[in-house]
Design a protein around this ligand. Structure first.
Ligand code: ARG
Length: 465
């Protein structure tokens, strides 16, 4: 690349691009991912140009044919991507012109790479967000199956990671379901705002060609053309919004991951992760490490980083397009890969985990998990709650000294703390009695869990439509 004329868009330059600058400014190594949507956008633009008489029927047909060839070359890995052609847009356009001649040069009429790339990213992200949402749905369905299977399984519920009250494992899984439900809805929100079409904004000011923007928008499935050309080429809010939704979702997955890691320790021993999701240690033969949850927990960091990256990228940028914007793609793509990979892993791993019901129950028995139930029992017998709290506190202190759980006390022992206690107390001191009593909307009772599973199944089914 030495002579002046070998440079793409070289008309106004006196010398060729510096080789380092060429490599430094090129984006084709990563924006190739947009190839298919770039072609999709070009085909719609060409069809519209034909409709308004800018392209003849022959030229339009040649463009369609040329693009079909290019698509095939890309699919077959035969396309010759060139750094000298800078980005995906110019690579494809140059190839088109090489294949079909003059007509290829007319494709870019009334268009700029600025509105082209802004359109491409939206088309691409729209598809990928839909994929993420479908994955969330699959994971949610798996959680509902697990919740139903383990609706009666008792485990300790924690606050401050200290045993608090007995809950059901099904109820815990439904909590995870709710986190994902919000993620799904956030992703959907982001789709709504991003579905406007930049094409027709051209470089920044619109174009003098009488483009039928409504027609192109309709062809590409956009709700409408963007109203303001300056904003259309420079807006990347949708990328930030998606990364924010992804970061929150990864945050949820990291919280699940943390519990999965904890629960699979020998100390907890609540669950066994499927072997295919774990690896061994190179030195310690007994080890089964929960690598996948750990990795997902770790990967949350990079998605948070990408969000900050995009926020910072856009901060203080003057209107309209700036080359800075080329930097939007790598964080966006990596966020997609990370979120989709994590969702895929969890959607298969979590519903297939094995639950150690005995161990969960044994753990719930430790730590005086039914102390609140005893206090509530006393309230039912006429004590004020604060007084009941005090009585039960004394009873627990006694149990700690004796090494006994509340359910293991004799009736006489219990009555020594309050004479109102009768034989029926053992119903509330049992773990089953405790969870069954929380049969209120949103509560942990197995009956509630089953009811919620049913309602949630309907939610998921409606979303899938
Ligand atoms: N590769 C560029 C990007 O991703 C395409 C737009 C370039 N426009 C320009 N005027 N340099 O942003």
């Amino acid at each position: 690349m030495t002579d002046k004329n070998s440079r793409m868009l070289g008309g106004r330059f006196e010398e060729p691009t510096d080789a380092f600058v060429q490599a430094f400014t090129a984006s084709v190594n990563f924006d190739r991912r947009l190839a298919m949507v770039d072609i999709q956008g070009s085909l719609a633009h060409a069809r519209m140009l034909h409709k308004i008489g800018v392209l003849s029927t022959e030229e339009h047909a040649a463009i369609e044919q040329g693009m079909a060839t290019i698509k095939q070359e890309i699919v077959d890995n035969q396309f010759d991507w060139s750094i000298a052609l800078e980005d995906v847009h110019m690579n494809i356009e140059a190839r088109l012109t090489h294949l079909i001649g003059e007509a290829g040069k007319k494709l870019h009429t009334g268009r700029s790479r600025n509105d082209q790339v802004a359109t491409d990213i939206r088309l691409y992200l729209r598809e990928e967000i839909n994929r993420c949402m479908a994955q969330v749905n699959v994971f949610q369905t798996g959680l509902l199956d697990l919740a139903e299977r383990e609706a009666d399984t008792i485990m300790p519920g924690f606050t401050h990671l200290q045993v608090a009250q007995p809950i059901t494992f099904g109820h815990h899984m439904l909590a995870w379901f709710e986190m994902l439900e919000r993620d799904h809805s956030r992703l959907g929100d982001c789709l709504k705002r991003m579905n406007v079409m930049p094409l027709g904004a051209a470089a920044l000011a619109g174009t003098s060609y009488p483009l039928d923007r409504d027609y192109t928008a309709e062809l590409l499935g956009f709700d409408s053309p963007a109203r303001n050309s300056l904003d259309a080429v420079s807006d990347r809010d949708f990328a930030i919004e998606f990364c924010a939704a992804a970061a929150i979702c990864m945050g949820h997955l990291s919280r699940m991951a943390e519990e999965l890691v904890l629960w699979s320790t020998a100390q907890f021993n609540f669950i066994r992760l499927p072997d295919r999701y774990c690896t061994g240690s190179s030195i310690m033969p007994q080890k089964k490490n929960p690598d996948v949850p750990e990795l997902v927990r770790g990967k949350t960091g990079r998605v948070n980083g990408h969000l900050i990256n995009l926020l910072t990228l856009m901060k203080s940028q003057p209107l309209a397009y700036n080359k800075d914007n080329q930097e939007d793609k790598e964080p966006l793509f990596d966020t997609l890969d990370t979120l989709q990979g994590s969702l895929r892993a969890f959607a298969d791993m979590v519903p297939n985990l094995e639950v150690n019901r005995e161990q969960m129950k044994a753990a719930a028995k430790q730590g005086y998990a039914t102390a609140t139930d005893l206090a509530d029992y006393l309230v039912n017998k006429g004590l004020a709650f604060r007084d009941a709290h005090e009585v039960v506190g004394n009873a627990v202190a006694y149990g700690i000294k004796q090494g006994k759980d509340l359910s293991e006390y004799t009736l006489e022992e219990l009555q020594s703390f309050d004479a109102r206690i009768e034989a029926d107390v053992f119903e509330v001191l049992s773990l089953e009695g405790s969870v069954n009593s929380r049969n209120i909307l949103g509560g942990t009772a197995p009956q509630q869990v089953r009811k919620q599973v049913k309602a949630c199944r309907k939610l998921v089914a409606d979303k899938a439509i």
